[in-house]
Ligand binder design. Structure first.
Ligand code: PMP
Length: 391
């Protein structure tokens, strides 16, 4: 078993070793976490709307626990299909103005389940190079041809669609907002190519569901492209502050998923109280648009202040703001120095991002205040100068 030590050593040598950090006690201050006895401003959370500690959601979950008990006891196709599921799926389908919604245990399982249910070795999947790992894993699991196109490069996608034009089914899949870069997919162009090549279009709105749109329906809705997207995936683990995921599609496609998506069929249903909590979170997502407004104001001022300070940050208007530093070691040192300054901002390294693009992925939350964000920019600039990233 010496190979285990050797492999770990190899990982360590390239500053890629990961470790579980100390557990994070909850602090009574939204937007902050506790670490090493200190309270840190949390710029690494996906709790975009600040709902993860919402008392209304907690109360709904507690009430549901008392009625439904702790666990579902079985998968949904056996005896785990409890009432909160039907209520949530109806509410999600109505919110999304979709034929039907199906809830999965999480976004990872939704993506691997959907892709492996609808394509196989006779088919091809056209996937953006920066798509989330769960999409990549779903494609591998499906055994379809994996045609990866360069990030947002529609010419390359067209080339690959031509190359594989004789495949039985063609699935184009993309994140709507990219998880590590915060930029958007060119959904209009993707919709045109889907039509031209008679392909299926699947969009993962993990980082845009709850955030874009008058009611948080997502980016494809805002762009007027909802009807062009055949499979719409979103997760409850980010803007909703909860856990779980949804897939919206036609009645017939959802019916197929119930029959073929193995991560849905062979896994226990979520605890009913979690499902109830998600439905309560949906109420806040839909009704409290001030959370979205505040999030965009904070993101825009944070992004422009970092640019003014001389940093290069990614494109887009999303709450995901990457500070690309290149070397793994620089990203780690940057993150440690920020922690000294009272900011939790995690270094993201390969394989999560391409080699040579290690970064600090800042993500903002409506739980923060403008003063906290302004203060964070000053501290980030100080670290930038200390480490020679800013000249
Ligand atoms: N898709 C994307 C684009 C994501 O960023 C993530 C989570 N990082 C997932 C899917 C997986 O979602 P979950 O955390 O609910 O498993």
């Amino acid at each position: 078993m010496k190979w285990i030590e050797e492999e770990l050593h190899e990982i360590e040598k390239t500053s890629l070793k990961r470790r579980l950090r100390e557990t994070v006690p909850i602090v009574d201050k939204p937007g902050f976490i506790a670490r090493g006895g200190r309270t840190l401003l949390n710029l690494s959370s996906n709790d975009y709307l600040g709902l993860a500690q919402h008392p209304g959601i907690v109360e709904a979950m507690r009430d549901s626990l008392l009625i439904e008990g702790a666990g579902a006891g079985a998968s949904r196709l056996v005896t785990g299909n409890r009432k909160p599921y039907a209520l949530l799926e109806e509410a999600i389908a109505e919110w999304q103005r979709s034929g039907k919604a199906l809830v999965f245990a999480n976004g990872y399982m939704a993506n691997i389940g959907v892709i492996s249910a609808i394509v196989n070795r006779y088919d091809a999947v056209f996937s953006d190079q920066l798509n989330h790992a769960s999409i990549v894993d779903g494609i591998i699991l499906s055994r379809a041809e994996h045609a990866r196109y360069r990030h947002n490069d529609m010419e390359h996608l067209r080339y690959l669609l031509n190359k594989h034009r004789n495949k039985r089914r063609k699935l184009i899949v993309t994140d709507s907002v990219f998880s590590m870069d915060g930029d958007q997919a060119p959904l209009h162009e993707l919709a045109k190519l889907k039509q031209e090549y008679n392909a299926i279009l699947m969009v993962d709105e993990a980082h845009s569901g709850g955030i874009y749109g008058l009611y948080g329906e997502g980016l494809s809705h805002v762009l007027g492209l909802k009807h062009m997207v055949d499979i719409h995936v979103g997760t409850f683990s980010k803007a909703f502050g909860m856990y779980g995921a949804y897939v919206c599609a036609s009645d017939t496609l959802v019916n197929l998923l119930v029959n073929k998506a193995r991560s849905f069929i062979y896994s226990t249903a979520l605890p009913p109280a979690v499902v109830t909590g998600i439905r309560k979170a949906l109420d806040y997502v839909v009704r409290e648009s001030w959370r979205r407004e505040r999030l965009f104001e904070l993101s825009s001022s944070f992004r422009s202040s970092l640019c003014e300070a001389g940093f290069k940050v990614g494109d887009g208007d999303s709450p995901i703001i990457p500070l690309i530093l290149g070397e793994n070691d620089t990203a780690l040192r940057f993150s440690h120095a920020l922690e000294e300054e009272g900011i939790a901002a995690v270094a993201i390294r390969p394989p999560t991002v391409p080699k040579g693009t290690a970064r600090i992925r800042f993500s903002l939350s409506a739980a923060l205040t403008p003063i906290e964000v302004r203060d964070a920019v000053l501290k980030i600039s100080k670290v930038g100068h200390q480490l020679g990233v800013l000249k």
